[in-house]
Design a protein around this ligand. Structure first.
Ligand code: COA
Length: 441
């Protein structure tokens, strides 16, 4: 995206509101390592971590400098250089149904110091982020959240769920297809080199994935200075198809069982595959590892193929399922036109949005090829159109095709203004591939 989001002006409305409390809202010049380092320490403390070692801060200063880095300062505190609140943002392509992407405003590092909590600082930060994104023409915002109770009030809703899986390896017995390629080990250095390109290749396969950044891959590989998970226990394997082309990668860790001697637990730290053959090849390799009693994998899709590739269906259990990616539509036309749909038709949407960005009446017209146009609805609603009233939260939940409009209607959140409209919405909006996001940000 060409938009210069880093240098966009500070949001005046929030700056003025915070100034009434003697607080200063500003964007950090990330080239100033000392200032940025102080902001990073404040963020870490906001999540109850830190103080971080200088080498780790230096790695972050290098790797995260491209982000818009915003803070709030209170000049009356003993360490006035350290912000009392932080937020960072950048524009990242988000995969939407149709093997394509939309630019989304990624929000991260939302913290307010416990000394300054519950006086509206986070509200000012969030609203300023949304106004800035909107003024730059970014059609939606997104975040992964620590608590599910904070962001609904700003128009966000969970659109991608995540699951943690535990597989009883002794009971599972592979029953899926026989992979044709081969698995081979990579050194950590090779993984550093080769991982990003592979991950980038699979990004369009699942709605909900976003473009990653180099520092994230290093973190996954335990390479950040001072990381608790040093790479010592990590193993990395690559899957090559019969033609010798790399099609998948898996990072895993083995932990010896405290009682069961030679009974290891294998934790799948990361796994990505570009083809079904590579998926089968890597999961078969992971599930059939000798001396392993249990395989665990977190932050996976709620709809994993491996559950259907083992002989004992009860051997693979979802131990936890939760909300993961929250989205917030800002520009209805741009967001809805960016994705494709499973069924043609017309849908009239009466959208409420207390913050105003997405509010209004719109007509979504989906062509036979799944592409769509959206226009403000003027005049009569066409006779053949589905018609619903919903909040921007619910539209955002539906957006990636992983949440059911029928369920939201039965839950009393969406109102059908014409009978049968919710199932018409589902026919068009639901994604054939269950949305999945494999990382935190
Ligand atoms: C969550 C956090 C950022 C809130 O900051 P804050 O400045 O105290 O929040 P505000 O005073 O602006 O509150 C804004 C609204 O959110 C609500 N809220 C704030 N924190 C909340 C929480 N943890 N759970 C539920 N509601 C919360 C407030 O009640 C307020 O509601 P209202 O405006 O509708 O009355 C802060 O407590 C924090 O840093 N927590 C630890 C780090 C964290 O979890 N960050 C979120 C990462 S995704």
């Amino acid at each position: 995206m060409s938009t210069d989001y880093v240098n966009a002006p500070v949001d005046r409305e929030s700056a003025e509101s915070l100034a009434t409390q003697g607080l200063v809202l500003d964007v950090v010049d990330t080239a100033d390592a000392e200032l940025f380092g102080s902001w990073l320490q404040a963020e870490s403390r906001g999540f109850h971590d830190g103080p971080e070692p200088v080498e780790k801060i230096a790695a972050w200063v290098d790797g995260l400098a491209y982000r818009r880095t915003t803070g709030v300062w209170d000049e009356t505190t003993t360490d006035a250089a350290a912000p009392v609140a932080t937020v960072s943002s950048w524009v990242a392509p988000l995969t939407v149904p149709g093997h394509t992407t939309v630019d989304a405003w990624a929000i991260s590092a939302v913290t307010v110091s416990p000394t300054h909590r519950r006086r509206g600082i986070a509200r000012n930060l969030l609203e300023s982020e949304l106004r800035t994104a909107n003024s730059l023409g970014v059609p939606l915002a997104m975040l992964t959240v620590s608590e599910a109770t904070i962001y609904g009030r700003f128009g966000f809703a969970p659109a991608v769920m995540a699951a943690d899986w535990t597989i009883n390896a002794r009971r599972a017995t592979w029953s899926g297809p026989t992979p044709h390629g081969r698995v081979q080990f990579l050194t950590i250095a090779e993984a550093v080199e080769q991982g990003p390109a592979l991950i980038e290749r699979v990004r369009l396969a699942s709605p909900g994935q976003i473009e990653t950044w180099p520092l994230l891959w290093k973190r996954i590989l335990g390479l950040l200075p001072g990381d608790k998970d040093a790479p010592k226990n990590l193993r990395v394997v690559r899957y090559d198809d019969v033609a010798g082309v790399a099609q998948g990668i898996a990072v895993y860790k083995l932990t010896e069982h405290p009682v069961d001697i030679f009974g290891y637990t294998l934790d799948v730290v990361f796994q990505a595959s570009a083809t079904d053959d590579a998926y089968a090849g890597l999961w078969r390799f992971l599930l059939e590892m000798d001396l392993v009693g249990e395989v665990t994998a977190s932050l996976r899709s709620v709809d994993e193929g491996f559950a259907w590739q083992v002989a004992d269906f009860r051997a693979a259990r979802k131990t936890r399922q939760r909300d993961h990616l929250w989205t917030r539509i800002l520009d209805v036309k741009a967001a809805l036109e960016a994705r494709s749909y499973s069924a043609h038709g017309r849908i009239a949407l009466q959208i409420s949005d207390p913050l105003g960005f997405a509010a209004g009446d719109f007509l979504l017209e989906i062509a036979d090829d799944g592409s769509a146009t959206v226009e403000p609805l003027v005049g009569e609603i066409p006779d053949d159109a589905a018609n619903v009233a919903l909040s921007v939260n619910d539209l955002s939940a539906l957006y990636l095709g992983g949440v059911s409009a029928v369920t939201l209607t039965r839950a009393g959140r969406i109102t059908e203004l014409r009978e049968g409209s919710a199932s018409a919405l589902d026919s068009s909006f639901r994604s054939a591939v269950t949305p999945w996001l494999s990382i935190w940000f």
